[in-house]
Design a protein around this ligand. Structure first.
Ligand code: TMP
Ligand code: ASP
Length: 248
C-alpha cells in the first residue's frame, strides 16, 4: 500500500492517505504529550511499542465482536486502518476513580466504581475537552442518538473484554478512552488503544504502567509500555505481534 500525503497530524500520531481512498496509514510517533499539549517530549521507542500494543488490542476487540478500523500491522511504527469520518467525542469508561473524575466530583481517589461509569467529552484541546452529555450531542448534532447508544454498548463490551485480558496479564484496567467514527454507514472503533489512552496498574505491586508516568514527570515510560506489550504478547501469541508486512 502506497503512503501519499498527510491526512491528519495529531499530537502523537500521524494519519497518511494511501493509494486506496478507503484506507489510511496510522503512524505512532515517538512524541509524548500531556495536559493538552503543554508537556511534550521525544521518547525513543514509544511509537513502535504503541503500534504493537494497539494491534494486539484491536485484534482482540474484533475477536470479541467490536468492529474496529484496524486492518493490519504494517511496519514498526505504522498500521493500516479503514478511513473513518470521526465523531468529535471521547468516550471514557472508569472502573476505579482517579484523574479528572476525582477533581470534578470530589470522589475519593482509588474508589472502585460499580457499575463502571461512562462519560463523554468533546474533543477540543482549546476548551480542555469538556464533559458533555447526550443532550448536548443532540442539540449540536455531534452524533445521532443511535450512535451514542452504540458507543455506550461498545465501550462496555470493550471494558468486559479488556478487563479480562489485562487481568490474565496481571494488570488492572483502571480506565480508558475510546473514539469512534463512521465507515460506509457503520460505526467503528477508531483511533487507538495504548497506554497513552488508558490507565493500567500492575496488580502485584500497584505500579503504574501508563501515561500517568509521563504526566508525573517520571522516567521509565517506554520500559513500562514494553512490559505491557510483552505480557500481552505472551497471552495472545506471537502470530499477533509480528508485522504482517514491513513494505512501505
Ligand atoms: P481523565 O481522568 O483525565 O479524564 O482521563 C480518563 C482516561 O481517558 C485516562 O485513561 C486517560 C484518557 N484520556 C485520553 O486518552 N485523552 C484525553 O484527552 C483525556 C482527557 C483522557
Ligand atoms: N488531556 C490528556 C492528557 O492530559 C491528553 C492530552 O493532553 O493529549 O494527557
Amino acid at each position: 500500500m502506497l503512503k501519499t500525503d498527510v491526512f491528519y497530524q495529531g499530537k502523537e500520531k500521524t494519519l497518511y492517505r494511501t493509494d486506496n481512498p478507503d484506507r489510511l496509514i496510522l503512524e505512532f510517533r515517538d512524541e509524548a504529550t500531556a495536559f493538552e499539549g503543554r508537556r511534550t517530549a521525544q521518547l525513543s521507542g514509544k511509537g513502535a511499542v504503541n503500534n504493537q500494543i494497539n494491534a494486539l488490542i484491536m485484534e482482540q476487540l474484533q475477536r470479541y465482536g467490536l468492529p474496529t478500523h484496524f486492518q493490519q500491522h504494517q511496519s514498526e511504527q505504522a498500521s493500516v486502518v479503514k478511513a473513518l469520518t470521526m465523531l468529535p467525542i471521547e468516550c471514557v469508561i472508569r472502573n476505579r476513580a482517579t484523574g479528572s473524575i476525582c477533581r470534578r466530583l470530589g470522589v475519593p481517589s482509588d474508589q472502585l466504581l460499580q457499575p463502571a461509569t461512562f462519560e463523554m467529552f468533546l474533543k477540543n484541546d482549546e476548551l480542555g475537552d469538556p464533559l458533555i452529555n447526550r443532550h448536548h450531542i443532540a442539540t449540536f448534532g455531534w452524533a445521532s442518538q443511535e450512535q451514542v447508544d452504540a458507543m455506550i454498548e461498545y465501550c462496555h463490551l470493550a471494558n468486559r473484554t479488556l478487563t479480562a485480558l489485562f487481568d490474565r496479564a496481571g494488570i488492572e484496567l483502571v480506565d480508558f478512552k475510546l473514539e469512534f467514527g463512521v465507515y460506509q454507514g457503520a460505526l467503528l472503533l477508531g483511533d487507538e488503544f495504548t497506554p497513552d489512552s488508558c490507565r493500567l496498574r500492575d496488580k502485584a505491586s500497584g505500579a503504574k504502567l501508563d501515561k500517568d508516568l509521563f504526566r508525573q514527570g517520571d522516567s521509565g515510560v517506554v520500559v513500562a509500555y514494553r512490559q505491557v506489550a510483552e505480557r500481552l504478547r505472551q497471552l495472545l501469541g506471537p502470530e499477533n505481534s509480528e508485522p504482517a508486512d514491513t513494505a512501505d
